[in-house]
Write a protein that binds this ligand. Structure first.
Ligand SMILES: Nc1nc2c(ncn2[C@@H]2O[C@H](COP(=O)(O)OP(=O)(O)O)[C@@H](O)[C@H]2O)c(=O)[nH]1
Ligand SMILES: [Mg+2]
Length: 465
């Protein structure tokens, strides 16, 4: 059911700033704004109502309606539905950015009958009123959280409706195939020209290629949006935390000569060319240690399991030890980079020995102390991330959300089933598979969506958006 109440929330982040924006949306938005905000004469002398012309920012004062006490000097704009952000009447108060001040004004709005908005509730209303599509709503969230040029480009393209158009195009083709099959069901006996099963099989194959291509753009899209994740592993004291600090260019992790200093996973991100890379420093791999350290090592293993990339650090000033073998095992079969750290000290371990011990990866001579090998490491990491992200397809569309990927995977599976069945099965069966594919694609743009899906999507938004 469509909500009928009026919501309020700050649209700017909590904290001190020059300006804060408080947003109201719903049937009583204008009325509540007018009880709080009063125009002050600055060059014009209209009455309260006329001074607040729609779509115009006007200067006024915010007053406590109970006491009449002035709280702030603020701008107000009224944006009537259905052409507003949410499709409802929207009022915005642009007040000074004081933490207490904003809280006080919001409290006055709720006393006046507004309800504090849930995260993403403004966007959700915009979606329900047909102001924005689901993928556009998600693009707004992506735009706000973009951390790199690639992420920004992707979000803007999606906001522009590029993804929605592509998905709608694919869905249109599926629906056309389905209508051919249904025509066959209904008029199969009559003498009208329908596409042959062979032609339909051909269409399905082409469609499968396009859906798969879009599905496979996920790796690139996700990495552009969230960054690739690299986990640093190695035995205690190999210099993992020093490598993290060097890459970040700050003393993020504590470095000491005491083995077992890092116990929890510490992470921060850097920019590698167009890609963000989230780097995680972990507890050193070894047997023994206390309870806390053992939990830390368990966490290391879990992080390695889900990382895109492993950075293995070996201490070249010490001979090969059993812990190093465990580290090599962790890297097995995964994209990884090996560093032979501490090359500034006298050498007891070299690349040849690591390779002999089954390390099958690029090994870089390195020193976290002198930063020797740092440019080579950055370059190698960028190449690896590029490889994980997969080949770019020029300016074609990428998906970046698990929700889109899962829907495309279902569509792909259903199209595959249809293609398998198209030669021999009755048209009803094939039409069923094709229908499932259309439904899966429809879920991406919000053609078919239920409350749970909407909850999951809009929960990710911040308050006031
Ligand atoms: N000489 C030298 N010492 C290093 C180097 N990298 C780290 N260290 C030292 O090795 C010790 C352990 O470093 P740390 O980064 O805490 O290792 P972690 O336990 O693997 O995180 C510290 O005393 C560091 O200063 C290096 O490249 N050369
Ligand atoms: Mg450490």
């Amino acid at each position: 059911m469509y909500p009928t109440d009026t919501i309020v929330a700050p649209a700017t982040p909590a904290g001190q700033g020059a300006v804060a924006i408080i947003r109201l949306s719903g049937p009583r938005a204008f009325e509540i704004a007018r009880t709080l905000w009063h125009p002050i004469r600055q060059g014009y002398s209209e009455g309260a109502d006329r001074a607040v012309q729609r779509w115009r920012l006007r200067l006024g004062e915010i007053r406590d309606p109970q006491t009449g006490v002035t709280l702030d000097r603020a701008l107000c704009v009224l944006m009537p539905g259905p052409d507003s952000l949410t499709g409802e009447d929207v009022a915005e108060l642009h007040c000074h950015g004081g933490v207490y001040l904003v809280r006080r004004i919001i409290a006055l709005a709720t006393a006046g009958g507004a309800r504090i908005a849930e995260p993403g509730e403004f966007s959700r209303r915009a979606f329900l009123n047909g102001r924005i599509g689901l993928t556009e709503a998600e693009a707004v969230a992506d735009l706000v959280s973009a951390r790199s040029e690639n992420a920004l480009k992707q979000a803007i393209a999606q906001l522009d409706g590029a993804l929605a158009r592509r998905v709608e195009g694919l869905r249109g083709q599926i629906i056309a195939i389905r209508s051919h099959l249904e025509a066959e069901i209904d008029f199969g006996d009559e003498d009208i020209r329908l596409p042959s099963r062979k032609e339909i099989a051909c269409d399905l194959t082409r469609l499968l290629g396009d859906v798969t291509l879009l599905h496979d753009s996920f790796a690139r899209g996700r990495i552009a949006r969230e960054g690739a994740r690299a986990t640093i592993v190695g035995k205690p004291n190999a210099g993992k935390s020093s490598v993290l600090n060097l890459l970040l260019g700050s003393d993020r992790a504590i470095v000491t000569p005491i083995a077992g200093t890092t116990r929890d996973v510490i992470e921060d991100s850097i920019q590698l060319g167009p890609w963000p890379l989230v780097i995680q420093d972990t507890a050193g791999i070894r047997d023994g240690g206390d309870e806390v350290e053992r939990i830390g090592i368990e966490r290391t293993r879990r992080h390695v399991a889900t990382a895109d990339l492993v950075i293995a650090v070996f201490d070249s000033s010490r001979p090969f030890e059993p812990e190093d073998a465990s580290v090599i095992e962790l890297c097995a079969g995964r994209p990884s980079v090996a560093l032979l750290n501490k090359r500034d000290l006298s050498q007891r371990l070299d690349a040849a020995e690591l390779l002999e011990r089954c390390l099958s990866r690029d090994v870089l001579d390195f020193s976290a102390l002198t930063a020797a090998g740092l440019p080579e490491l950055r370059e190698l990491l960028e190449r690896k991330v590029e490889a994980i992200a997969g080949p770019g397809q020029g300016d074609t569309i990428t998906i970046s959300r698990e929700r889109h990927r899962a829907a495309l995977a279902s569509a792909r599976d259903a199209i595959e089933a249809a293609r398998r069945n198209v030669a021999a099965m009755p048209p009803e069966i094939v039409a069923l598979d094709v229908g499932l594919a259309a439904e899966a694609l429809g879920a991406i743009t919000g053609e078919v969506s239920n409350e749970d899906v909407l909850d999951a999507i809009f929960r990710e938004f911040c308050i006031g958006k």
